[in-house]
Every structure is written in structure tokens, then in C-alpha cells.
Design a binder for this molecule. Structure first.
Ligand code: UDP
Length: 141
């Protein structure tokens, strides 16, 4: 199995609920290591660029408004099949449809305030890690 890296964001709703530690515990229990992390309050421009793929979607403005509404915790997770594993831990985009025991089922309130982001494939993982951590030391653990 391949060791992968993926980008994870704990979104403003989950940071406001003070559940960063509970979400990190789930990564750790699943064998995912945090190899880089930083807290940030995204600018509008950063949020718009990060979600540029959605810019024609009707929810784009609300999504950007939400992502800049408070601090986020951004991390690179590493482990076997990290990309898919993180997506499984997150659960479906809409928390009402997320499987019981997933992060979104347990901590998200709605499809827009849905607690976490995770890269959805190898190409996006690479681009998203570079987006937030380019030029920074991302350690091997
Ligand atoms: N989103 C939304 N309304 C929708 C669909 C998506 O607000 O109808 C937001 C939601 O925060 C989601 C993000 O846009 O996490 C990106 O959507 P995507 O389909 O990529 O879902 P994800 O990969 O985050 O599960």
C-alpha cells in the first residue's frame, strides 16, 4: 500500500466548537500522522483561490464567507492510503448523509458548515499541500 500525504482543514465551525483535539485523535487512531500544521485566518483571496474549482457553483460565495468567518487549522496528514482514509474519516459532504461515527456526522451542522476539508485525490492533494505549505519544511516522520 502506498504512503500518501493529503491536505486536511478543520473548518471555522469545528475550530469554534473547540474540537481540534478530538478530530486529531481520530486521525491518530486511524494511523494518520500530522507531518505539518498551522492555524490561519484565511483571507478572502486565499479562500477564493483554494476553492476556485467551485467558483461557478451557486454556493461559492457562501462557502467563501464561511471559510473566512474564523480561524481554521490546516494540516498535512501522512499514512497508508491517507487520501481515501481521511475521506472515510470525514464522511459525506452533507452531514445528514454521513455515516455514523464519521467526523461530519459527529461534529458538522450542515452541508456548508461541515467541519472538515480533505483532498479528494492524488493530484488535488499535491496541489493543496503546496497551496498552504509551499516553501515550508514538511518533515518526514
Ligand atoms: N458545499 C456547500 N453546498 C453544497 C456543496 C458543497 O456549501 O451544496 C461546500 C461544502 O463546505 C463542501 C465544499 O463546498 O465541503 C466543497 O464541496 P465538495 O463537493 O468538494 O465537497 P467535499 O469534498 O468537501 O466533501
Amino acid at each position: 500500500m502506498a504512503i500518501e500525504r493529503t491536505l486536511s482543514i478543520i473548518k471555522p465551525d469545528a475550530v469554534a466548537k473547540n474540537v481540534i483535539g478530538q478530530i486529531y485523535a481520530r486521525f491518530e487512531a486511524a494511523g494518520l500522522k500530522v507531518v505539518a500544521a498551522r492555524m490561519a485566518h484565511l483571507s478572502r483571496q486565499e479562500a477564493e483561490q483554494f476553492y476556485a474549482v467551485h467558483k461557478e457553483r451557486p454556493f461559492f460565495k457562501d462557502l467563501v464567507d464561511f471559510m473566512v468567518s474564523g480561524p481554521v487549522m490546516i494540516q498535512v496528514l501522512e499514512g497508508e492510503n491517507a487520501i481515501l482514509k481521511n475521506r472515510e474519516l470525514m464522511g459525506a459532504t452533507d452531514p445528514k448523509k454521513a455515516e455514523a461515527g464519521t467526523i461530519r456526522a459527529d461534529f458538522a451542522d450542515s452541508i456548508d458548515a461541515n467541519a472538515v476539508h480533505g483532498s479528494d485525490g492524488p493530484d488535488t492533494a499535491k496541489a493543496e499541500v503546496a497551496f498552504f505549505f509551499a516553501g515550508m519544511n514538511v518533515f518526514a516522520r
